[in-house]
Design a protein around this ligand. Structure first.
Ligand SMILES: Cc1ncc(COP(=O)(O)O)c(C=O)c1O
Length: 377
């Protein structure tokens, strides 16, 4: 398809009332899921009410929460010695809950610092216990993922924490760091959760907010190896206690019912579309298109991340100057390509292309990059 046709198609999409939403989160949802929500809004499966109005103790909601958990288990092939817990408070609350539950007073935990979110997780944990930075890529502007050989790991650490995808800088781990024998690996996967298959048995705990790759805001998913629940200290406030929340099947109090329902629909959609192996292929194809546009621009577009650390979820780049960044963002918006402004600490452009982001939108952005460069260089 020619560049002009792709751009005309994007403009037509906008005229029909939808844009290509490159926002970093809350982010694009699969269109069939939004349509199903619309269809079921007033009368969910003959109950005569919306899921918004439904008791979390009702039989239909119990079916929803069980199915959502079953879908996540199936997608990741989660072993039976792991629990899946649905929580609120975002990944930000996990920055505290992880040390509160897993970091004993006399122990220390290791953190790998690869961006603002891992820095925040580290700072939050520091308020609660002893922590060490096992590596940091700050000196090069968080443009890369450290090599295993750079990690200075404590063999006695309570856990090793890392952020699998750095949403702001656009870098991603494609192989998780290897923790010393017996040290559980803890991962903030907020911005690449369910984007590719993982061997869950390599992890002690994975957490992520739903609002980028999995569903709407309001839900946080924690996948935790059962034996780690024994570390939870006695007498924690109930809402901070992994063991209690897991024992109660995520129904200690009212969970974010609608977000769980919508996440159930998104995970159905992922299963119907080939599971995580196919999801990974689609994500790889989308990211490749944008990185090729950067690499073929003779330096007009400059990627923030080093090539071997490039995220498939958040593609970050700059134009030759800030004025051109602004004009590019304006021209993109006119075509219905929204939400591409980079995060304030990095600047430039950030295209977030999570699981539900359509390939046509990426084609449109790559086409705009080409025509914009022709006009402006
Ligand atoms: C990698 C990462 N971790 C944590 C957060 C914070 O998540 P929340 O807003 O769910 O607390 C974000 C939000 O963008 C993120 O991208």
């Amino acid at each position: 398809m020619s560049t002009t046709t792709v751009l005309q198609k994007a403009a037509g999409y906008k005229a029909a009332g939808r844009v290509f939403n490159f926002g970093a989160g809350p982010a694009v949802m699969p269109l069939p899921v939004l349509e199903q929500i619309q269809q079921e809004m007033l009368n969910y499966k003959g109950t005569g009410m919306s899921v918004l109005e439904m008791s979390h103790r009702s039989a239909p909601f119990e079916e929803i929460i069980h199915q959502t958990e079953a879908n996540i288990r199936k997608l990741y092939n989660i072993p039976s010695n792991y629990k899946v817990i649905f929580l609120q408070g975002g990944a930000s609350l996990q920055f505290a809950m992880v040390p509160i539950n897993l970091l004993a007073k006399d122990a220390s935990a290791d953190y790998i610092i690869t961006g603002s979110w891992s820095q925040t997780a580290f700072k939050e944990a520091k308020k609660l216990g002893q922590v060490r930075a096992a590596a940091s890529s700050e000196s090069t502007g968080f443009d890369r993922i450290p090599a295993q050989s750079e990690l200075q790991l404590d063999p006695k650490a309570a856990y090793l924490h890392f952020t699998s995808n750095n949403t702001i800088y656009g870098t991603e781990w494609f192989e998780e760091p290897v923790a010393p024998e017996g040290v559980p690996l803890v991962c903030d996967a907020s911005s690449d959760i369910l984007s590719r298959p993982l061997d869950i048995s390599n992890y002690g705990l994975i957490y992520g907010g739903a609002q980028k790759n999995m569903g709407p805001a309001g839900l946080t998913v924690v996948i935790i190896r059962e034996d780690l629940l024994a570390r939870t200290p006695a007498n924690l406030p109930a809402m901070l206690d992994y063991r209690l929340l897991s024992d109660k099947g995520s129904l200690h109090n009212t969970p974010p019912t609608f977000a769980i329902y919508a996440t159930g629909l998104v995970t159905n959609w992922l299963l119907e579309n080939g599971g995580l192996a196919e999801t990974e292929k689609r994500n790889r194809a989308k990211a490749t298109l944008l990185y090729q546009a950067i690499d073929n621009s003779q330096g007009f577009y400059k990627g923030h991340s080093q090539p071997d650390s490039r995220s498939r979820m958040n593609v970050t780049f700059r134009l030759p100057n800030e004025n051109l960044d602004k004009t590019f963002i304006k021209e993109a918006a006119a075509l219905g390509l929204e939400g591409i402004k980079g995060y304030r600490t990095v600047g430039g452009i950030r295209a977030s292309i999570y699981n539900a982001f359509p390939y046509e939108g990426v084609e449109a952005l790559a086409s705009l990059m080409k025509t914009f460069q022709e006009k402006n260089s």
